[in-house]
Design a binder for this molecule. Structure first.
Ligand code: NAD
Ligand code: MLT
Length: 309
């Protein structure tokens, strides 16, 4: 069978696929190129760059499975795939630690102005008075989405002596109690959180969860970490909330439109720190998701049981 790997996936995963099937690695295909080439393939392996839209899926005459080397499947039209009997699988565990640690890195960097101070020193300045930070100890962290990554962040935040409130409609009180944190309603988190971190998928329900109305309810001076998925926050509303002094700073790894264009207003704000969707970018995570997705795709092609996304 033929497999197309259309995003950068670790070589180890590609090699596993190659041992069983013919594999083409083609990055940066335009939507039209993908539509033209997809009919010859039985499996498609992507990260987040490739958009497996309804048009792509409808053109995919032979496709049996789409494998996502990572967690989020918002770049795949699952409804269209289901209608065509195409299985969609992801690799949900491999990048949990990477995304958790990146969230902590972003939260600490945001609290202590690390990127701004770095830039200042690299410009030859010595501005000790300019970069006064805040401590995390004793602060309230709101975790929205208490799945794998949210749980990892909550555990680490406790080690920093933060009070953790979490909102997740699908998680039990017992799980929160076991972790030593409290479940809370969103409005309670908005009113109390000094730091807020998002760890939920982008779905029609979660799109623009943080919007103008919600920012208006937040505690003044809140700091927001966004390592989940672009679109969960309305970026224009975030800019307005920062300019209005409601949000003291934001650390953003994922954006509504990626790659981010230089004119994105978030890039113009000094109290917004950014990374280019690096949450899963560790050697360990990329090896993990590549191997996991390869195993899933092979199982699907062999019509063996697999866990679907
Ligand atoms: P997960 O499935 O383990 O956890 C997601 C949690 O969100 C679940 O517990 C679910 O119940 C909860 N949830 C769903 N809808 C919700 C809602 N409306 N309000 C609150 N909670 C809700 O996934 P995960 O591995 O923790 O990953 C979370 C997200 O992080 C992924 O969907 C992905 O988009 C993103 N992610 C980003 C990076 C990155 O590179 N920045 C890396 C990995 C994952
Ligand atoms: C994910 O959903 O797993 C992340 O976006 C990581 C990625 O693939 O870049």
């Amino acid at each position: 069978m033929k497999i197309l790997v259309s995003d950068k996936v670790s070589d180890e995963g590609v090699e596993i696929l190659r041992q069983a099937h013919e594999v083409d690695v083609k990055h940066n295909l335009t939507p039209d190129e993908l539509i033209a080439t997809i009919p010859q393939y039985d499996a498609l392996v992507v990260r987040s760059e490739t958009k497996a839209t309804r048009a792509v899926i409808e053109a995919a005459a032979n496709l049996k499975v789409i494998g996502r080397a990572g967690v989020g499947v918002d770049n795949i039209d699952i409804q269209a795939a289901t209608e065509k009997g195409i299985m969609v699988i992801n690799a949900p565990d491999g990048n949990t630690v990477a995304a958790t640690e990146h969230t902590m890195a972003m939260m600490l960097a945001l609290a202590r102005n690390v990127p701004q101070a770095y830039r200042s020193m690299k410009e030859g300045k010595w501005e000790r008075g300019k970069f006064m930070g805040v401590e995390m100890r004793g602060k309230t962290l709101g975790v929205i989405g208490l799945g794998r990554i949210g749980t990892g962040v909550a555990k680490r935040a406790l080690a920093f002596e933060m009070k953790v409130l979490a909102y997740d409609p699908y998680i039990s009180e017992e799980k929160a109690e076991d972790l030593g944190i409290e479940l809370a309603e969103l409005d309670q988190i908005y009113a109390q959180a000094d730091f807020m971190t998002l760890h939920l998928p982008l779905t029609p329900e979660t799109k623009h969860l943080l919007n103008d109305g919600v920012f208006a309810k937040m505690k003044k001076g809140v700091r927001i970490v966004q390592c989940a998925r672009g679109g969960v926050i309305d970026e224009a509303a975030l800019v307005r909330a920062i300019e209005a002094g409601i949000v003291a700073g934001a650390a953003v790894d994922v954006f509504e439109k990626e790659p981010v264009l230089p004119e994105n207003p978030l890039l113009k704000l000094d109290n917004v720190i950014v990374t280019p969707h690096l949450g899963a970018s560790t050697k360990e995570a990329q090896l993990g998701v590549a191997v996991d997705v390869a195993a899933g795709v092979l199982a699907a092609l062999n019509e063996e049981p697999v866990t679907t996304a």
